[in-house]
Every structure is written in structure tokens, then in C-alpha cells.
Design a binder for this molecule. Structure first.
Ligand SMILES: NC(=O)c1ccc[n+]([C@@H]2O[C@H](COP(=O)([O-])OP(=O)(O)OC[C@H]3O[C@@H](n4cnc5c(N)ncnc54)[C@H](O)[C@@H]3O)[C@@H](O)[C@H]2O)c1
Length: 230
């Protein structure tokens, strides 16, 4: 059984992750951390194999560094924070491990398979249609803009085309969940690649896959669910 602690357990994503972990036969929900529940993540790390973090941009880095210090693997869905200090900490921990247990980290701005495919198709298309822009649309409680998915899509498209990253437009409105359009334009034609998240359950197969695989990543820190699907 994989012992899973969920950080951000009282939040929209965290509650959905807790239910998915409870329903998974090979996992045990070892704890729910959230200031709204009065439980600090540090209190629970001793009983965790994997922490799943869906918190806030200003909390995710501290939580992940605590996991690395304690040798607990981390699956991070929180978006809008700088990955660089975490990458340095993970590398340092692995270099100085001396046979001690070390933590791996998987960061995925989007755990929905459809969004991963959208990013893959956008990378393919931009090689032939280099003029592109991204519109990302989310519910009005989302704290960061642009979304992590849009930022990663733009980065991957720039790498694929060798050109500049596409401009990103962010929409925040009630009634939305998580949606993204990549629009490519050329003489007399456009191509639109669109993904819609209708419910948060769409992320759960990807989250559970990440929990199962985070202990055996090809590198200590991996960004993007697509790296697990190859
Ligand atoms: N990767 C993906 O597929 C994906 C999908 C949806 C949302 N997200 C991201 O997940 C994050 C959470 O989204 P949400 O809609 O659930 O937000 P939310 O505001 O509903 O929930 C966040 C929760 O984190 C808690 N929290 C804050 N600091 C904490 C800490 N230090 N330790 C533990 N818990 C803490 C808050 O109290 C809150 O309950 C956002 O960054 C969002 O962009 C990612």
C-alpha cells in the first residue's frame, strides 16, 4: 500500500484527490493537511510515502522542500510558483544521499490526459504554422495567471518551433472550470486546438498514475505528466 498524504485537503482539488486515493486499492489515505483543518503537513510526513500537493502558489514550494528534507516523494499539481529552488534542493539531496532514502518530485501543471494531448498536438502544429496565440479560461477563484498549463504549452511550442513563445490571454469568470484554446493562424486559415475540463475527476487518473510512478522517475525531478505516458 502506498501511504498518501494530501496537502490542500480541504480545497477543491484536494477533496477530490482524497476521495480518489480512498477508492484506490493500492493506496491508503495517510492524512489530510490544510490550515483550514488545523493540520500542518510537517506533522504528517513521518507516515507518508508520497505527498500530493494541491495548495497555493505561496505554499507549494515550502511544502515540497519539507518533503525533500524528509525523503518523502512529492506529486505537485499546484501552479504559479518558481520551480528553480526546488530543482536545486532535489539535486543537492540526491548528490549528498550516501545511500539514504531520497525524494523524487513530479510537477504537472495539468493531470488531464486531454490537456497533455492538446500540448502534444500544439507542438506538432506549430512546426508548420508558427503564428499562434493561447487563450486560457478558468474559474474566477484561480489565484495565478497565466495558468501553468498555458505557460508550459507556450514553452513547449517555442521549443518545437524555434520561434518566440505564443502570447497568452487569460480569462477569469464564474461558470468556468479549466479550458484552453491554442489558435494557429496562417494565410486564409486558422486551426484551433481546444481542451475543456468539465469536472475535477478528469485529473484523477493522472494524479493516481503519478503517485504510483513518482518513486521510479527517470530523473529526481520531472515536469509534465507526458513524461510518464511516453
Ligand atoms: N495540475 C493540475 O492538473 C491542476 C488542476 C486544477 C488545479 N490545479 C492547481 O491546484 C491548486 C489548488 O487548486 P484548488 O482549486 O483546489 O484551490 P483551493 O483554493 O480550492 O484549495 C487550496 C487549499 O490549499 C490549502 N492550503 C494553503 N496553504 C497550505 C499549506 N501550506 N499546506 C496545506 N494546505 C494549504 C488552502 O487552505 C485550501 O484549502 C492551484 O494552484 C491550481 O492552479 C492544478
Amino acid at each position: 500500500m502506498i501511504r498518501v498524504v494530501v496537502a490542500g485537503a480541504a480545497g477543491r482539488m484536494g477533496q477530490t484527490v482524497c476521495s480518489a486515493v480512498e477508492d484506490a486499492e493500492d493506496m491508503e489515505l495517510a492524512g489530510r493537511a490544510d490550515p483550514l483543518l488545523g493540520v500542518e503537513l510537517e506533522q504528517l510526513l513521518g507516515g507518508a510515502d508520497v505527498v500530493v500537493d494541491f495548495t497555493q502558489p505561496d505554499s507549494a514550494l515550502g511544502n515540497a522542500l519539507a518533503c525533500v528534507r524528509e525523503g518523502v516523494h512529492a506529486v505537485i499539481g499546484t501552479t504559479g510558483f518558481d520551480h528553480e529552488p526546488l530543482a536545486r534542493a532535489v539535486t543537492a539531496a540526491h548528490e549528498g544521499a550516501n545511500g539514504l532514502r531520497t525524494a523524487n518530485v513530479l510537477i504537472a501543471p495539468n493531470f488531464a490526459i486531454g490537456a497533455v494531448l492538446m500540448m502534444r498536438f500544439a507542438q506538432e502544429a506549430v512546426r508548420y504554422m508558427p503564428r499562434a496565440e493561447i487563450i486560457e479560461l478558468h474559474h474566477d477563484a484561480k489565484l495565478d495567471a497565466p495558468s501553468g498549463t498555458a505557460a508550459l504549452t507556450a514553452e513547449l511550442m517555442a521549443a518545437a518551433s524555434g520561434g518566440p513563445a505564443p502570447t497568452i490571454h487569460s480569462v477569469r469568470l464564474p461558470g468556468l472550470v479549466a479550458h484552453q484554446e491554442v489558435i494557429l493562424g496562417d494565410l486564409g486559415q486558422t486551426l484551433t486546438i481546444r481542451h475543456d475540463t468539465i469536472s475535477r475527476e478528469s485529473f484523477m487518473p493522472g494524479v493516481l498514475l503519478a503517485v504510483r510512478q513518482v518513486g521510479t522517475l527517470p530523473e529526481p525531478l520531472v515536469v509534465g505528466l507526458e513524461r510518464l505516458l511516453a
